[in-house]
Write a protein that binds this ligand. Structure first.
Ligand SMILES: [Zn+2]
Length: 289
C-alpha cells in the first residue's frame, strides 16, 4: 500500500478497526469521518406477507434484514416494498407502501421510505403517489420494475406517472433496460431519475454510462450487475463525475458488502468514495425534504 493510497483510506471516512490500528495517527477531521455512515439507495424490505425477492431465504423478517445490514456496516438506506412491486391492484401496492411507512417510522433515522406503484389502476396509482408524498413524507418513488408485472414506460399511463412525479417533486428510481433509459431521458429530461444497475455486458455498460453522463438530472445506483467488473466504477466516475454516482446494493437480493468493497478498493479519491457511499444520497434527499 503506497503512502498516497493509505492516506486516501484514512481520509475516506470508512475506517474499519484494522485501518485504525494499522494506519498513521489521525487528524481530528479524519476521526469524525467514520461517524458518517454508509447510505444505501437501493433496499427491498421483506414483506409481512412473506414476499421477498431473495432467491434462497435467509433474512425473512425486518429484524433479520436490519441485522444483516449491520453486519455489512450499512446504517442507512432507502427502503421499498417487494409486495408493491409485484402488485396488480392498488390494494397490494398500498399495503406494501404502508409496511414501508411502518418500518421507516420504527427505525426512524435509519431508513427513508419509498413509494412503489404499478400503473394498472392508474387513478389509484396517482392518488397513492400523492398520499405517499403528502401524508407519509416519502420523496422517493421506486424502484419501479416494469418487467415484474409487464407494464411499459412508453405508455400514456406511465407518462401520467412521470408528470405527477414532477409535480410532486419526487426522485424517481427506475429499473430500465438501455432502450428504456434512452426513451426516458429523451422524453422526460427534467425528471430526476436514479437508474439502478450498471449493466450486463461491456457494450451495455458503456452505453448506459454514456446516457447518464449526457443527462444531467440522472444518477446511477451501482447495485447489481456491472459493479463486479473491475474498472467500471472508475469509468462511471470519469464520465459522469462523482456527484451522480450512488451506492446501492439491491439487498435483499444482492450482497451489500460486495459493492462497498469495490468502492473502497477503487482508484478514486477519498472524497469521491465518500460522495458515492453517502454524501450524494444525503444531498439528493435533502433537496426534496
Ligand atoms: Zn432492486
Amino acid at each position: 500500500m503506497s503512502f498516497h493510497h493509505r492516506r486516501q483510506i484514512l481520509t475516506g471516512g470508512l475506517l474499519s478497526l484494522v485501518d485504525l490500528v494499522s494506519g498513521a495517527p489521525l487528524k481530528r477531521e479524519d476521526v469524525s469521518g467514520p461517524r458518517r455512515s454508509i447510505f444505501d439507495a437501493h433496499l427491498h424490505i421483506p414483506s409481512d406477507n412473506g414476499e421477498n425477492f431473495q432467491w434462497n431465504l435467509i433474512t425473512r423478517t425486518m429484524d433479520d434484514f436490519v441485522r444483516y445490514l449491520d453486519r455489512c456496516n450499512v446504517r442507512r438506506g432507502v427502503i421499498s416494498s417487494s409486495r408493491s412491486n409485484l402488485a396488480r391492484t392498488a390494494v397490494d401496492f398500498r399495503a406494501g407502501n404502508r409496511e414501508v411507512a411502518k418500518y421507516a417510522e420504527k427505525y426512524r433515522g435509519r431508513f427513508r421510505g419509498s413509494c412503489v406503484i404499478t400503473p394498472f389502476e392508474i387513478e389509484e396509482a396517482l392518488r397513492e403517489m400523492e398520499e405517499c408524498r403528502k401524508q407519509l413524507g416519502f420523496v422517493w418513488l421506486g424502484e419501479t420494475c416494469n418487467y415484474m408485472t409487464g407494464y411499459k414506460y412508453d405508455s400514456p399511463e406511465w407518462t401520467r406517472v412521470m408528470d405527477s412525479a414532477r409535480q410532486l417533486n419526487y426522485i424517481l428510481h427506475i429499473h430500465a433496460n438501455t432502450a428504456e433509459m434512452r426513451y426516458l431521458t429523451a422524453r422526460f429530461p427534467d425528471a430526476t431519475i436514479v437508474f439502478p444497475h450498471l449493466g450486463g455486458s461491456k457494450n451495455d455498460i458503456f452505453e448506459r454510462i454514456s446516457i447518464v453522463a449526457a443527462s444531467p438530472n440522472t444518477f446511477f445506483d451501482i447495485a447489481g450487475s456491472g459493479i463486479e467488473r473491475v474498472g467500471i466504477l472508475e469509468r462511471a466516475v470519469k464520465e459522469i463525475g462523482s456527484d451522480r454516482v450512488l451506492y446501492g446494493s439491491d439487498f435483499t437480493i444482492n450482497e451489500p458488502s460486495a459493492v462497498i468493497a469495490r468502492v473502497r478498493n477503487a482508484f478514486l479519491t477519498a472524497e469521491e468514495r465518500e460522495k458515492i457511499l453517502y454524501r450524494n444520497l444525503e444531498r439528493l434527499l435533502k433537496s426534496r425534504s
